[in-house]
Design a protein around this ligand. Structure first.
Ligand SMILES: [Zn+2]
Length: 211
């Protein structure tokens, strides 16, 4: 049985990981329960390094985002969902999902940690959200996992973001060469393959981090 000390150490470790990923004080506070002033004292001795600016506070941005941003969001959302199913805490799953996303793409990262935090809040109905507003669905056409408004049912032929990606480039021979038809493909592997391809084809799309 973990002691109070164990739980405190775990929170501090998580706070450190979030700070390293560029989280705002408020985000770190909401995930770990550590007061913002203490987070600042521990991890931002130089106040000039504190991440600033307004964080997204609703899930609406996802529906209005361009295809590349939505695909990036799907990578994070699906990974988070997978890790939660494996029994990780929400905070740990957020950190690992964000790291997996950063490992799969090149800086500047289009989705900031705070935006990922917003996203998973609305997937699980925690932190910023009172109830789930987004859910993870598996596309019946391409097999990739994607994010949709809660209550949405995935119908064949409706084109998830990954299907749209394929549609957009379906005449491109490089894509055809990159996608051998593989049954029982791992969902996240499928997404990561599409993502890598997409970044290769569309460099320099704007996101949260200024280029
Ligand atoms: Zn699809």
């Amino acid at each position: 049985m973990p002691t109070r000390g164990d739980r405190h150490l775990r929170s501090v470790r998580l706070a450190k990981q979030l700070a390293a990923l560029g989280a705002r004080l408020k985000t770190i506070h909401l995930v770990t329960g550590i007061p913002p002033r203490q987070v600042q004292r521990l991890f931002f001795p130089d106040a000039r390094t504190i991440p600033r600016g307004r964080a997204p506070d609703s899930a609406e941005w996802y529906h209005g985002a361009n295809l590349i941003m939505r695909i990036d969001a799907c990578i994070i959302g699906a990974k988070y969902h997978q890790l939660r199913d494996l029994g990780l805490s929400a905070g740990e799953a957020l950190v690992f999902a964000d790291r997996a996303y950063q490992a799969a793409t090149l800086p500047p990262y289009r989705i900031s940690l705070d935006r990922a935090f917003n996203l998973v809040s609305y997937i699980d109905g925690i932190w910023l959200a009172r109830a789930p507003a987004l859910s993870i669905l598996t596309c019946p056409d391409c097999g990739c996992e994607f994010i949709a408004a809660v209550g949405t049912i995935a119908h064949p032929g409706q084109a998830c973001p990954f299907c749209k990606l394929l549609e957009r480039f379906h005449l491109d021979h490089r894509i055809q060469a990159s996608y051998p038809v593989r049954p029982a493909i791992d969902m996240t592997e499928c997404q990561l393959g599409m993502l890598a391809l997409f970044h290769k084809l569309s460099p320099g799309t704007e996101g949260d981090t200024p280029a």
